[in-house]
Design a protein around this ligand. Structure first.
Ligand code: SF4
Length: 320
């Protein structure tokens, strides 16, 4: 099958748009969608100038999504002095997994000449995920602990770098799964948080000044196209799955969505279009308020509890 846009062989069929794309046009199309999302979300602040550039901190795990995002951002802003990119890799302490993806992240950052920092749960919390899984003081899935620790570190480091934006590599499949999970759980408050934390144009969010704003410029690109882009661009990517991955419910949603997408192309896009509108409405009703936030008694981080969730969990792990 030929590419819809030229005579070259197609490498992918994007059934949701009807297009067959060759290597060149797939890569161009992915880059175009990322740049359009940056524009539509108003990511580049009006105050960003060559004299006073914005710092964008990218969560770079070494997996395909964050590697593709980092590569496209570097290509987009290499000649734009208004934006400075910094990459942060979090080492959770998972044997046989994170060391390899750290190698991929370092190779990419070195090759692109991007400032790259590595931070570990060991240094920050005096624990490793392998131990947390073994001790499991709260009877929770590994990802529930890990997600709390990671969010905390990303926010802390974004602040300590003086970052203006925190960017993560969530793709269309990730976002449609999260949307559907929130629907199925009837969790309107979570929809509001999702919108305020990372969806939609910045001027429509109701977030507080306490957190560095988040963005997901890859969220219009399906996972399969991200993986293909990484392969075709010969980017250093670590493809293995985390041995502690326990998100069974997300896996069920993923299977459901892939099946729906195959039978009804465009399902993920329409879920996200509707979800964003609903999440916006939820955000205006439930939006974050500065008055809800206090300081953690232990670490001083912003929280709605007396002791933040990170301190609760690290203390529980150390007590075992
Ligand atoms: Fe952490 Fe879960 Fe991701 Fe593994 S899959 S790195 S445990 S969040």
């Amino acid at each position: 099958m030929n590419c819809t846009k030229c005579d070259r062989d197609a490498v992918v069929h994007a059934a949701y748009s009807g297009a067959h794309l060759c290597e060149h046009h797939l890569r161009a199309s992915v880059e175009k969608r990322v740049r359009r999302r940056i524009r539509q979300d108003g990511l580049i602040g009006d105050d960003a100038t060559p004299e006073s550039p914005e710092t964008w901190l990218i969560g770079l795990s070494g997996g395909k999504d964050s590697v593709v995002l980092t590569s496209i951002l570097e290509e987009t802003f290499a000649e734009d002095p208004r934006i400075e990119l910094v990459a942060l890799t979090i080492h959770e302490g998972i044997e046989g997994y994170r060391d390899e993806s750290l190698d991929a992240a370092s190779e990419l950052a070195d090759g692109l000449d991007i400032h790259h920092e590595v931070v570990s749960y060991t240094d920050e919390f005096d624990l490793e995920m392998d131990d947390v899984v073994e001790k499991d003081p709260e009877g929770m899935a590994a990802c529930a602990y890990c997600g709390v620790f990671r969010r905390d570190l990303l926010a802390d480091y974004a602040e300590s770098f003086g970052a203006d934006k925190l960017l993560t590599g969530h793709n269309l499949d990730d976002e449609a799964q999260t949307a559907l999970m929130n629907f199925f759980e009837g969790d309107v408050a979570q929809m509001a948080k999702h919108f305020d934390a990372s969806l939609g144009p910045f001027d429509e969010r109701t977030e507080t000044d306490e957190f560095v704003p988040r963005a997901k410029p890859l969220r219009d690109v399906p996972e399969k196209e991200v993986a293909l882009y990484a392969h075709l661009a010969d980017l250093p990517v670590h493809m293995a799955e985390c041995p502690h991955s326990t998100e069974a419910y997300r896996g069920e949603i993923q299977d459901l969505l892939l099946d729906m997408e195959e039978r009804h192309p465009g399902t993920r896009h329409s879920i996200m279009a509707g979800y964003e509108e609903l999440a916006k409405l939820a955000a205006s009703a439930y939006g974050a308020k500065d008055s809800d936030l206090g300081e953690c008694e232990r670490c001083g981080n912003a929280t709605t509890r007396e002791v933040c969730r990170t301190c609760q969990l690290t203390e529980a792990v150390h007590a075992v």
